[in-house]
Design a protein. Sequence first.
Length: 603
Amino acid sequence: MPSGQKNDLNPQQQAAVNHQDGPILIVAGAGSGKTRTLTSRLLQLIKNGIAPSNIIAITFTNKAAKEMKDRIISEARPATGEAFVGTFHSLGVRILKREAKLLKRTAAFTIFDADDSLSLIRKLMKAADISKDQYSPMKLRSKISSVKNELLDPRDFLDKVALRIFEDYESAMIKSNAFDFDDLIEKVVVVFDNHPAVLEKYQNQFRYILVDEYQDVNTSQYRFVKLLADKHKNLGVVGDDAQSIYRFRGSDFRNFLNFENDWPKAKVIKLEQNYRSTANIITAASALIQNNKLQKPKELWTENNDGKLIKAVRNTDADQEADYVANSIGEAVYAQDNSSSASQFAILYRTNAQSRSVEQALIVANMPYKIFGGLKFYERKEVKDIIAALRLASNPKDAISIDRLTKNFRKAIAANLIKELPRLCKELKILELINFFLHDTNYFDYLAKNFKNPQERIENINELISFAGDFDNLPDFLERVSLLQSADAPTQSPAISGRVLSPVNLMTIHLAKGLEFDNVFVIGCNEGILPHQMSYGSMDELEEERRLMYVAMTRARQDLCLSFYGTPSRFIYEIPPELTEFVNLATNNDRLPDEDEMYIEDY
């Protein structure tokens, strides 16, 4: 149940719950109680006499499935019996175990994770005498994944070499009695397409289908659901196109927008009452998202009070921004007349690299923190590789750094680093040493060939380079990094009046979706970061960046701060000025710069 909602359903929620037969699209705005509505709808179907075994509720994450199951258990009056509540992939596993023989497997099949698939591809490339220099195993795995998720014909999508590996890969999976993670959806679609009697069996079993977060389905998931629902047409989906932010994973929110074209008799219900945020936050977020052209319009509103104005804070640079955020949280949490818990503060950012300055500021402020779903900055592989090289340059006897470089790079490359770095340390500055390491190891190619997120890792490297550029000599830089690392994980959190201080939450906006906090700081609201500069060439990608900002803003229940340095994000200018309080820490000017002025300055 969202914050602020009473036990009773509102009229729109109740209408969605009461709908029984036929397709229904539930357009659920941020904080409007969609999970409770979906759960109540499942319970109502059972109360109306539908056998639990004839109902499936599909979610995207195990966390969401558990939340729904827990609500069903706590709210159920009739027994839910065999109603399936789980992810697309868990449903796929259930079906494949029954139909494995149609795909030349047995029910005891193994599920290959991403590392297993990558290892197999490397083995097949070696057998086919295809070098890593010719083809990146990581890119080949990504192409194979795209073929399956987008239901593409490999003969049209892959070149000759990639097609050969794909065919060898599929044959090897059969020999191994295995499916990869993408197969758990794609192979079910293959079975349904090629065996009508099998499809009809599952259509008759799963007569009522509920799908959460429908705006995030990709092509194979869309086809999976459409085939299952096609006979009885009792498909109920819940989602919000304004929160579709996973295009990079293959999700296509147009499936959500086109629902009424796919199901012409669909009933559409909009959940527009927000129970989470103050009126100012809701009005601001709604004004922002109205600038998107591709959307299903809705009028989000709330009975909550107006609340505080949204702060728009201009800083000189990322470090001043981080200091402001850390000090603001510290003042609120440590105030004697304030019972604020640090766990109710979240710092959101567009890219993982932005965490460096914030982590550093929180450490200095003696504020514990946790990074949701990710590693702390100095624990990231690419950062540790560069630090190891710099430590070796400074101290040729550093056995730990030598060991890391030896294990991570080919023998000849590691030997040259071990020989040259200590010598070059006497001649080169910090940034020149980093550049030598990156060039000598061909590090960016190394990342592209071995990792699925090379661009994110390059951003972390650039952030480290930016920080290192502030130091005149290598020993001072390494000392600072070491002190930050040692302060990173205190044996116990500081206490206030006898209570242990809970950690502040740090996370990317993508990982924040579905969460809510009393106080939210969105940092790096700059042009080039949010929206990201890589989105500039595409209106679709710019609109997704705007949806990211919308998601970030609607995580806040009470206080929202949008912080920037350099050129403010265009999104800040899309918020009604009467809803914002401008704080300028960079100059004495007390107004937000005119949008035209800012772009003239930069161009």
